[in-house]
Design a protein. Structure first.
Length: 221
């Protein structure tokens, strides 16, 4: 997947078989499962960050660039169902990420993955999202200072489907996303949802890929 996307940073959910000792990979299985969320980078190194209460569902790490060119907190999220539904669980995940980021030290953070709720301001029908989904998006914006990379570049477009329902793959749903610091918006050049046959054979989710321009501070892209 790194080779196909030529990505510097890859966030995975329901991933299996990652080597946990490698400095460019962070992975932990969900309890009693063979899969979990993961982070992999093509350059630099990762230092794991524990996200208490969501081990395996959320992978966290500080991503240090070569020669300390950048230092970014990264969280790969897969929201489980539970009390309060997916939106309720996402609020608990955001609480845990806030605690983890605070312990790790002040730095820009990136949060991405499968939120299991609509992460666009509009639903796949083109109408505003439900209040519970909007509340999660507002926390990411107001509390964490993050923007949705796809929405930022497609403010009026109907959300691209990222999940193909097994029962009815024609129903579009935009539940996967990448949230990045607001300060990165000027460097954000593209954000696309890949839906080729090659990707459809790999997963029932379509990956979201964001590209940033290189800058004098060597921000990753």
């Amino acid at each position: 997947m790194l080779r196909d996307t030529r990505a510097d940073l890859l966030l995975l959910q329901e991933a299996a078989g990652f080597a946990d000792a490698a400095s460019q990979r962070v992975w932990q299985p969900v309890q009693a499962r063979t899969w979990g969320s993961a982070i992999q980078v093509a350059r630099g190194r990762l230092v794991p960050i524990a996200v208490r209460g969501f081990e395996g569902w959320v992978a966290g790490a500080r991503w240090h660039g070569p020669s300390h060119e950048w230092d970014v907190g990264v969280f790969s999220v897969h929201a489980p169902h539970g009390d309060g539904g997916y939106a309720g669980r996402m609020h608990h995940i955001l609480d845990a990420i806030a605690d983890a980021a605070r312990i790790a030290g002040r730095t820009d953070i990136v949060v991405g993955g499968d939120f299991n709720i609509c992460v666009s301001a509009r639903s796949h029908r083109g109408v505003p999202v439900r209040a519970r989904e909007r509340a999660v998006q507002q926390r990411l914006r107001d509390e964490f200072g993050l923007i949705n990379a796809w929405d930022a570049l497609h403010p009026r477009a109907q959300p691209a489907p990222t999940l193909r329902w097994t029962g009815d793959p024609t129903v579009p749903y935009h539940c996967d996303g990448l949230f990045v610091p607001r300060g990165w918006s000027a460097a954000l050049r593209s954000c696309v949802v890949l839906s080729s046959r090659r990707w459809c054979e790999r997963s029932d989710h379509n990956p979201v890929v964001a590209t940033f321009t290189s800058s004098q501070d060597h921000r990753p892209h």
